[in-house]
Design a protein around this ligand. Structure first.
Ligand SMILES: *Cc1c(COP(=O)(O)O)cnc(C)c1O
Length: 432
């Protein structure tokens, strides 16, 4: 399978190149040159398969020209080491819990798949791969935990000193092994600038094999479609139409759902739900697509004013704005509404995190306007990850899951960098 750039469909590259580069040189996003359609028979039999069996089948459909059967099994086994239970919250409304992985957010699926795929693609490379990441919190932890212990790959994380919550910091500074955390005396943008400069440095790139594992990487994007198949397979098979509501920021997660639909999964409608960073809901309701600077909210992993996967959404609908608007409904909510929803759902016995709450509300509003559906909303993070907000909204004390509590006990180990590319460069040049 070749992958094309959304900025120039004639520009096609191999799987390895698309994964190692992440973003196309023309700044486009990579897309598979054709989307395989799974057989009707497979779709009908979905309820009989395990999550991993679904994973092998879907991943084979896209990657079988480039990977052996054994490699595909390795890849899926390494990714799906935890479940994604579908929980009934009320009549016709289900929560797809994507937070049972090591860092308690859905990004664990993509990060685990990406790490394993990189190590498979580079197994004959003489050079060790260095993944450089700048993080303000969540990306660092998902990437670090996804790559932990993966052969031939070393992760180097730059993070701003004193700007990351203690819980987030612990998730990438206590791991050791092939994960190195470097504390930069600056802000997130400084870390990002240093990483970008490293990719542009000719001498560095001749000496080291550097890559980014950026969230637009196909190796992080494609595996997210697996849990749509799985969720669908666990829904009551009652003939009702099916909607999926996705709390969205960069729109990679919902784009993976649309990929599943394009591969033959009978999803009837998507709901894109956001906080007040509402560029896409505005577009879906008729406005021109217009980026904005991001506004801070309590669902802060979705505070995105320039959603990076938007070209992918369009590409999936044949670059037809009309089809995209007909297939995806957009809703946005203010923080006060999000808190209210968390409180209402708590009374039904279910605890939402602020991101899941936005998804739930989007689904409910869609179902109100469109009777006859059953729906799934994606619960993208464990409520404990946003402990302060959840405790305040619901007036309760949360018990942290064991995995988080274990991180908190770990010892922080970091290297120290000045806010200066020269310092970072010197560090990299010393690596073998
Ligand atoms: C990253 C993130 C999102 C947004 O996902 P996109 O793929 O960027 O739309 C939603 N919820 C949580 C908890 C996240 O970490």
């Amino acid at each position: 399978m070749k992958f094309y750039s959304t900025n120039n469909p004639k520009q096609k590259v191999s799987l390895a190149e698309a994964v190692i580069k992440g973003l196309a040189p023309d700044q486009g996003l990579y897309m598979p040159e054709r989307i395989p359609i799974l057989s009707k028979q497979f779709i009908e039999k979905l309820p009989e398969f395990s999550f991993k069996e679904i994973g092998y089948k879907v991943i084979s459909a896209i990657f079988s020209e480039d990977l052996t059967k054994a490699q595909i099994h390795d890849l899926v086994d390494h990714t799906l080491t935890f479940d994604a239970p579908l929980i009934k919250v009320e009549q016709d409304v289900f929560s797809l819990e994507l937070f049972h992985g090591p860092t308690l957010a859905f990004k664990d699926f993509g990060a685990r798949f990406c790490s394993k795929l990189m190590s498979l693609l580079l197994k004959d490379s003489e050079k060790k791969v260095r993944v450089l990441v700048a993080t303000s919190g969540d990306t660092g932890s998902a990437v670090a935990n996804g790559f932990l212990g993966v052969d031939g790959v070393e992760v180097i994380i730059l993070f701003p000193k004193g700007k990351v919550s203690e819980l987030q910091e612990k998730q990438f500074t206590t791991l050791g092994q092939n994960i190195t955390a470097l504390e930069v005396d600056g802000v997130f943008d400084d870390c990002q600038a240093m990483v970008k400069q490293a990719f542009l440095d000719k001498e560095l790139n001749e000496k080291l094999l550097l890559t980014s594992a950026n969230s637009i990487n196909i190796a992080r994007w494609i595996p997210q479609s697996l849990y749509y198949f799985y969720a669908y397979s666990r829904l009551p098979q009652n003939g009702k139409k099916v909607a999926f509501a996705v709390p969205s920021g960069n729109f990679g997660n919902i784009a993976a759902g649309i990929l599943a639909q394009r591969m033959g999964l009978p999803i009837d409608h998507f709901v894109a739900a956001t906080n007040v960073n509402k560029v896409v809901p505005d577009f879906l309701r008729g406005a021109k697509f217009k980026t904005m600077s991001s506004i801070p909210t309590i669902s802060n992993s979705m505070d995105v004013g320039n959603p990076s996967n938007f070209p992918r959404l369009l590409a999936l609908y044949g670059n037809s704005e009309k089809t995209l608007k007909e297939s995806v409904a957009g809703y946005f909510y203010r923080d006060a509404e999000t808190v209210e929803v968390m409180q209402e759902v708590k009374k039904m016995g279910y605890t939402l995190d602020p991101h899941g709450a936005v998804g739930y509300k989007g689904l409910k509003d869609f179902m109100l306007e469109n009777p006859g559906y059953q729906g799934v909303f994606l619960e993208t993070a464990h409520p404990g990850k946003f402990r302060e907000t959840v405790e305040k909204a619901l007036d309760l004390k949360l018990t942290l899951p064991d995995r988080l509590a274990t991180f908190m006990k770990g010892e922080k180990r970091v290297g120290i960098l000045n806010n200066d590319f020269g310092d970072f460069r010197k560090y990299l040049m010393k690596l073998e």
